[in-house]
Write a protein that binds this ligand. Structure first.
Ligand code: GLC
Length: 715
């Protein structure tokens, strides 16, 4: 084992000869001894053991079940296409092997291993955190920092700067599996316009394709696709097609033919292209771990980009396998043998399992190979890199096809490091109230792992949603960078206008609030990206009192806000904990504003179905604009600055062109705002560094006694 330090806050331990995952982009070489109580117990399969104190909190693990505090659970990093996110599930679609231990010691651990890793966080033995790596080759990083947030920043610093979508991707987005043809897509768009509900995108799920073949468009259902894309853009909507990992096996289908010709597909043990079945029936999986394959596949997006498409979602890239011929044959043989038998319960269960376990079987994952540096590597060993590299292929392709243009891109499967290329959505959840809470808890954990552009299927993918669920979920999702309503085939329609008039108006108010908040949301998002920071934080990352550690259902959003979403059916209020005095704005219509100072401590907060409670932290401010039909038509010449000032508040309002990567070269604007309270008055200092769009700032400043002062400053 080699131990070396990569910078003063990160120690890297190398076990054996690990496969390079490209998760970490920053490297250094100085040696330092391990001074932490993390014990390495086994050398064959790596096993790390840490004795937890009763009060230690464990954060992290990104896309996963359970709480912000991960204690008490067992988690497996093995990207899984499992659409039933019940609390007992150990894996979802992502593999995010980063956690933070916070107690008598405070440090982060990142296990850089692309196969299966198990995190037993006091599940088997309540006092022990145990990490098992299913191999003896891995890099393990220990990340230090004084504050929890510093540990995250040090981690983000080594895994690189996060993905930034175009600004329009911060608008509301509408999806369903599927809007099957251009008529239906247009009807959806017209309904948004008719109801005057803002919306930026409409998604094309698998049925836009011809026989589920990537990079094709059904001529029958979407005749003259290019014109249609343009027409929809003129109406104010961008179309976002899905791309799946599996390539249909079909003679004369170019993607298939090219893949075969160039040996671009994963192979079985005999070196023949591996066959699995997904939506189109039999497919091959491109070997995305090979840079040539990435280059090839990435360029394929061009055919849709040339039709005017500016965003994609990459799906089924764990990769999901419905079945293989091997599995199906076994199951059928099993069934044939059982025919006319009087099956006892065990034989029957085993027969049933042979069908139930047809999909995403470990045996199948173990039966195909990638070529890495000329060597065959079993897929099972590198499973978690697959979706990551599919998405990397897309992002690298975009860069080549349209340099310096931002595309919307998010993926279902992911590994640490993929945040540099795209966002993620959290996959096939349900229209269950529990899944709003899961969504709330997952967001800061995802941020710790670098995934800032993320969000859940608002309203739930599987199952039927009622109006109240859509209302409450939208009232939370309006704070998530990716705000997309999506639902599965066969479920009740859940677009905002699918409900009664009253509910439509409430959902519309929530979406309007989202658009009014875009100046703040975008500013906070971009600062988090540039500063390698988080956008959603648990309370305990800012407040160090004991109670804040326990709060799992309130979040800090950016620098100024705390939110306390409602996630229980029929609830018209909830308990809220305030770590300090704050300014409460219960938003019904964002244009009608009234504020209330709420005191530090616990309170029961009434929240009617119409209301979204927003808390502005002490000596902080919120910048608010106006809603519009989509992001491009936002008129933010005049912004409202809502501030809660007891002595001095500072805010940096960030903006940029919203479409290029020029911000990386420092081409962005900032307005520094400072409000200082004197005896009777406020001193306001504004330093505008390059923002030419904003002409006026309307201040609404509230002091500790609730006195409101309104004044306007021209820029
Ligand atoms: C998968 C995706 C889901 C999509 C469906 C059909 O289940 O997770 O979002 O709608 O496939 O493409």
């Amino acid at each position: 084992m080699i131990i070396y330090e990569i910078n003063k806050d990160v120690i890297k331990y190398r076990f054996g000869n690990p496969i390079c995952t490209d998760a970490v982009v920053k490297e250094g070489i100085e040696i330092k001894n391990n001074d932490l109580a993390f014990k390495i117990c086994e050398e064959e399969n790596i096993k790390l053991r840490y004795k937890m104190n009763p009060d230690d909190t464990i954060y992290g693990l990104g896309e996963n079940q359970r709480g912000i505090n991960k204690r008490g659970g067992i988690y497996e990093s093995f990207c899984s296409d499992d659409p039933l996110h019940t609390p007992d599930k150990k894996s979802l679609y992502g593999a995010h092997n980063f956690l933070i231990i916070d107690g008598s010691e405070r440090f982060g651990v990142f296990v850089d291993y692309p196969g299966k890793v198990t995190f037993d966080i006091g599940f088997t033995n309540k006092d022990f955190l145990e990490i098992y790596v299913d191999d003896c080759n891995a890099d393990i990083y220990i990340i230090k920092g004084n504050e929890l947030r510093d540990i995250v920043k040090n981690f983000l610093n080594i895994i690189g700067e996060g993905y930034v979508p175009p600004k329009w991707a911060f608008g509301y987005q509408q999806c369903r599996w599927s809007y099957v043809n251009s008529t239906e897509v247009e009807e959806i768009a017209n309904n948004f316009l008719k109801h005057d509900i803002p919306c930026d995108t409409i998604y094309l799920d698998i049925d836009y394709m011809e026989d589920f073949k990537d990079f094709t468009v059904s001529k029958e259902r979407f005749p003259n696709f290019k014109n249609f894309v343009q027409k929809m853009k003129e109406k104010g909507f961008r179309l976002i097609p899905i791309i799946d990992a599996g390539v249909k096996i079909e003679k004369n289908y170019t993607v298939y033919e090219e893949g075969i010709k160039n040996n671009f597909f994963c192979v079985d043990k005999n070196g023949a292209p591996f066959v699995a079945a997904v939506w189109p029936g039999r497919v091959h999986f491109p070997d995305f771990l090979n840079p040539d394959v990435r280059r090839w596949f990435g360029r394929k997006y061009k055919v849709l980009i040339e039709c005017g498409i500016e965003g994609f979602w990459n799906d089924m890239n764990e990769p999901a396998i419905f079945y293989t011929d091997r599995g199906l044959k076994n199951a059928i043989e099993h069934a044939k043998k059982s025919e006319d038998e009087n099956l006892d319960i065990y034989t029957f269960f085993s027969l049933k399992d042979s069908f139930v376990n047809l999909s995403n079987s470990i045996n199948d994952y173990k039966s195909f190979y990638h070529r890495i540096d000329g060597e065959f590597v079993n897929h099972y060993k590198v499973h978690n890199l697959y979706g990551y590299n599919m998405t990397r292929a897309a992002a690298e392709g975009f860069e080549e096809i349209a340099p310096n243009k931002r595309f919307l891109l998010f993926s279902r499967s992911s590994y640490i490091g993929m945040h540099r290329y795209s966002g993620i959505w959290t996959g096939d959840n349900h229209s269950w109230w529990e899944h709003i809470l899961l969504n709330i808890k997952m967001m800061p954990s995802l941020n710790m792992c670098g995934f800032l552009y993320s969000g859940a299927d608002t309203g739930g993918f599987n199952g039927d949603a009622n109006a109240q669920l859509i209302i409450r979920w939208s009232q939370f999702s309006l704070f998530t960078p990716l705000f997309r309503n999506h639902s599965a085939m066969g479920t009740r329609n859940q677009e905002p206008f699918s409900f009664d008039k009253d509910s439509i108006n409430i959902i519309k108010s929530a979406i309007n609030l989202r658009y009014a908040l875009i100046p703040y949301i975008y500013s906070e998002y971009m600062k988090a990206i540039i500063n390698k920071d988080m956008y959603f934080l648990p309370l305990s990352f800012i407040y160090d009192d004991n109670m804040s550690k326990k709060v799992e259902d309130q979040l800090l959003v950016g620098d100024s806000l705390m939110i306390s979403p409602i996630y229980e059916e029929n609830a018209q209020g909830r308990y809220v904990y305030l770590p300090e005095d704050m300014l409460l704005w219960k938003v019904d219509d964002y244009k009608n504003r009234s504020y209330q100072v709420v005191r530090k401590g616990h309170m029961y907060l009434d929240v009617s179905f119409r209301e979204v409670p927003i808390f502005i932290r002490k000596n902080k401010m919120l910048v608010l604009g106006k809603a519009s039909k989509n992001v491009e038509s936002l008129d933010n010449e005049e912004l409202y600055v809502i501030a809660f000032v007891t002595d001095k508040a500072k805010y940096i309002y960030y903006d940029d062109d919203g479409k290029s990567y020029d911000y990386k070269k420092g081409n962005y604007s900032e307005i520094f705002i400072e409000i200082e309270k004197s005896d009777k008055d406020y001193h306001i200092r504004i330093d505008n560094r390059g923002n030419e769009a904003v002409k006026k700032l309307h201040f609404e400043i509230v002091d500790i006694n609730g006195n409101l002062v309104k004044l306007t400053k021209a820029l």
